[in-house]
Design a protein. Structure first.
Length: 232
């Protein structure tokens, strides 16, 4: 099997400067591997560190201990040691992140928001727009909304634009943070299909799915994030 994203002894401690420098260890010695075609669902109680782990994997939080590796452009790259330019390149080519909320850009249409990361990969604009439109239709976003900026869209509509933007570039590794949180049954189904197609194409996915029905249908494996008992 081909591992696409993995950690070695990953640790993360927050330091609370406003609380006299109190140290809050959240992740300790995390050994996680996700292979091509797998969808790993992070489990563990509220506050265990699932979102923190996702943010470390995307490079938003630095790791205090251990390493994070990603398969990028045919080679193993240590993401936890990569400089900002290399992280940007990994995010452009290999690593996608679908957060719960869309970052709306004033005056940019839903279609352009979805097509933008595809164009950034070097795909021709017409093809990127075609892919964007196809995904928005699959996610049931009414066509009259495709040309409008999503600032005034409903929460569920914005989340679907965000999902389309996440899936359009066909990254080899995807991180999904509650991708179905504000979706109705039909749209949850569309997301489940997208995850299954991505897996079939060899994508490795890591997700937080609080909806257990969705989790049972998309996850190939659970990864338990162990809560740490005491603050140091
Ligand atoms: N930026 C931060 N600064 C300080 N502490 C933080 C920060 N982010 C998270 N934490 C703490 O780390 C712990 C883990 O939080 P995290 O959001 O990763 O948990 P979670 O497992 O995703 O929880 P939930 O299922 O409720 O979303 C919590 O105790 C939280 O208060």
């Amino acid at each position: 099997m081909t591992r696409l994203l993995w950690t070695e002894g990953l640790g993360k401690t927050f330091q609370l400067h406003l609380q006299g420098g109190l140290r809050m260890p959240v992740l300790e010695n995390v050994q996680m591997v996700v292979e091509a075609g797998e969808c790993l669902a992070l489990s563990g109680p509220s506050g265990a560190g699932k979102s923190t782990l996702m943010r470390c994997l995307y490079g938003n939080y630095g790791a205090d201990h251990g390493r994070i590796w990603i398969r990028h452009e045919g080679a193993d790259l240590e993401l936890s040691a990569a400089d900002a330019r290399a992280v940007r390149e990994v995010r452009r080519r290999s690593l996608g992140y679908v957060s719960q909320f869309l970052r709306v850009i004033p005056r940019v249409s839903a279609l352009d928001i979805v097509a933008e990361p595809v164009i950034a990969q070097g795909v021709a604009r017409a093809e990127a727009l075609r892919r964007a439109s196809e995904l928005l239709i699959r996610l049931n976003l009414p066509e009259r909304l495709h040309g409008l900026p999503p600032a005034t869209f409903s929460g569920g509509e914005q989340q679907r634009v965000n999902l389309a933007r996440g899936f359009a570039p066909r990254y080899s590794v995807m991180l999904l943070d509650e991708p179905t949180a504000s979706l109705d049954a039909a749209n949850r189904e569309a997301v489940i299909q997208l995850v299954q197609e991505a897996r079939a194409a060899g994508t490795a996915l890591v997700g937080i799915f609080h909806d257990t029905d969705v989790r049972d249908r998309v996850a190939t494996r659970l990864f338990h994030v162990q809560p740490i008992r005491e603050a140091a």
